[in-house]
Design a protein around this ligand. Structure first.
Ligand code: TXE
Length: 480
């Protein structure tokens, strides 16, 4: 098999890493190496920063209308090549192609949304006792670093770079070393869309070398990062002494709470998705499912029945619901958590093992796994597994479930199933998380704030929040 060689994208050109070193890129469904990924270092990041610096004055000064046109053209470019992008994403990440297609559409939507933000973003003005007027200039931060993870590769990559570009910044970006393929393809689309050279630069490589060089670089003034909590902590400690702006989205251990007045059918159907979509590798997945005792047995039976029907295997098959786990180390990590759950006294109700689908015997597949009988305070329920594994737990009262739901270091998202409006409001207020869904999950509107509290991160992405992050407000006060 001929290997696909990916390249960095610096100053509008595809180029090899200066050190000439490459990493292996794996197809998780087959376990085979199919690509070579630049193993970029500090020197490559430096070149990217130089290109960004050169491009910044003109990009900053470009009329918003022109930025709008270019970002829109990028959106159209992704849509025109949707199948190519979706197949590349699936080959890199392991997810089903049908799912990758929906994510590619969302990535295009990110560019379209922030194209309009470029022309609509407005600032405030304040009059002071009729003697002075204050207005706020929203100026681009300058050169910004965008570091993205492997679970929703192009979607999260575009979620950062689209607002950064819309706000007039130049970007040095690094996708995950596990899933760099669609970010590589995007650079071609950016050229075709007329994005000026140096405005977006993409360097590929490992977190500890290439990612670290982005965080360390003194001319990169802001870092937008999505990834693990440990990496987020480290990035914060490096960036804080340099007073860099930081946006950190660090995953979750989200509660999914089903009260006894919930629409049982709808709650079960959505719980199947919120537990196992993208192999459970979404920071918003509900991995701790709390079910009211009166509903517990009925809910469990229906859930098990539906999960038993989920097809695990060939990502190209439209009927596949669970694809491959992104990498061998992550596959092993998820399996080790299933062993931990058993050691902690959990009963595995379904799944619990690796799967070898016909034709994909060397891939990294895990059957959707449901575990019961664990206490909220065990490690399985405290640590982020980030795979197709959930625990189910009974509860009696609202107070009890609220205590358990909040008993976590994380605070990204929560789902509540109830038809009692007052209870929904009470719970939404008391839950410690950045996002609350009531009787739904993953219903996303790009205008809404996205992010978490506690160890789920700092700052918000989405809508004007991202435009605010990628700009510096400057107040101008004029007396008259
Ligand atoms: O993420 P990392 P990992 C969670 C999930 C997973 C765990 C670890 O629980 O099991 O994190 O995953 C780059 N300086 N999430 O280790 O390392 C790295 O190259 C700068 C939640 O794969 O945080 C990649 O581009 N950058 C999550 C990005 O950071 C560094 C999504 C994320 O990788 C760096 C993924 C460094 N020192 C995992 N070290 C979510 N929030 O959705 C690494 N990177």
């Amino acid at each position: 098999m001929t290997l696909i060689t990916l390249q960095n994208y610096i100053d509008g050109n595809y180029c090899a890493p200066t050190g000439g070193q490459y990493l292996e890129g794996f197809n998780p469904a087959t376990g085979e190496v199919f690509s070579q990924v630049p193993d970029s270092r500090e020197a490559d990041v430096s070149l990217a920063v130089q290109a960004a610096k050169k491009a910044l004055p003109a990009w900053k000064a470009m009329p918003a209308d022109d930025r709008f046109r270019i970002l829109n053209a990028i959106a159209e470019g992704i849509e025109a090549n949707l199948t190519e992008f979706a197949e590349a994403e699936s080959m890199d990440q392991g997810k089903p192609v049908w799912l990758a297609k929906t994510e590619m559409q969302r990535a295009a939507q990110n560019f379209r949304f922030y194209a309009t933000a470029a022309i609509q973003f407005a600032s405030e003005s304040h009059q002071t006792d009729t003697r002075a007027i204050n207005y706020t200039l929203r100026q681009p931060v300058g050169i910004v670093g965008c570091i993205s993870p492997w679970n929703l590769p192009l979607y999260l990559f575009s979620w950062k770079i689209a607002p950064a570009l819309a706000a007039g910044n130049c970007v040095v970006a690094k996708p995950s070393e596990f899933t760099p393929y669609t970010a590589y393809l995007l650079c071609r689309i950016c050229n075709e869309a007329g994005l000026p050279a140096g405005v977006l630069n993409v360097v590929h490589g490992l977190g500890a070398s290439c990612g670290q060089a982005i965080v360390d670089h003194p001319e990169i003034k802001a870092i937008s990062f999505t990834g693990g909590t440990a990496t987020g902590k480290h990035i914060a400690s490096v960036a804080a002494p340099m007073f860099k702006k930081l946006s950190l989205e660090l995953g979750g251990k989200n509660p999914n709470i089903i009260f006894d007045d919930a629409d049982l059918e709808e709650a079960v159907k959505t719980t199947v998705r919120s537990s196992f979509l993208n192999q459970g590798e979404i920071c918003l997945c509900g991995s701790r499912v709390f079910i009211h005792t009166r509903m517990y047995e009925a809910f469990k039976a229906m859930l098990l029945e539906q999960v038993a029907k989920m097809q695990v295997g060939d990502p190209a098959d439209d009927k596949t619901r669970v694809g491959a786990i992104v990498s061998k180390p992550h596959f092993e990590k998820v399996l080790s958590y299933i062993e931990l759950a058993k050691a902690e006294g959990g009963r595995v109700l379904c799944g619990g093992t690796a799967v070898k689908p016909p034709g994909f015997e060397n891939g990294w597949f895990i059957a959707p796994t449901i575990i019961e009988g664990l206490s909220q305070s065990c490690r399985t329920n405290m640590e982020e597994i980030f795979g197709p594994v959930i625990t189910i737990m009974p509860f009696e009262t609202e107070e009890e479930v609220l205590g358990m739901a909040n008993d976590t270091a994380y605070g990204l998202a929560c789902t509540i199933w109830t038809t009692d409006l007052k209870r929904a409001h009470r719970m939404a207020e008391a839950i410690q998380s950045g996002i609350v869904w009531v009787n739904c999950w993953l219903l996303r509107d790009l205008r809404t704030p996205f992010g978490g509290v506690k160890q789920s991160g700092v700052g918000r992405e989405g809508g004007w929040e991202a435009m605010r992050f990628f700009t510096e407000p400057k107040n101008v006060c004029i007396a008259y």
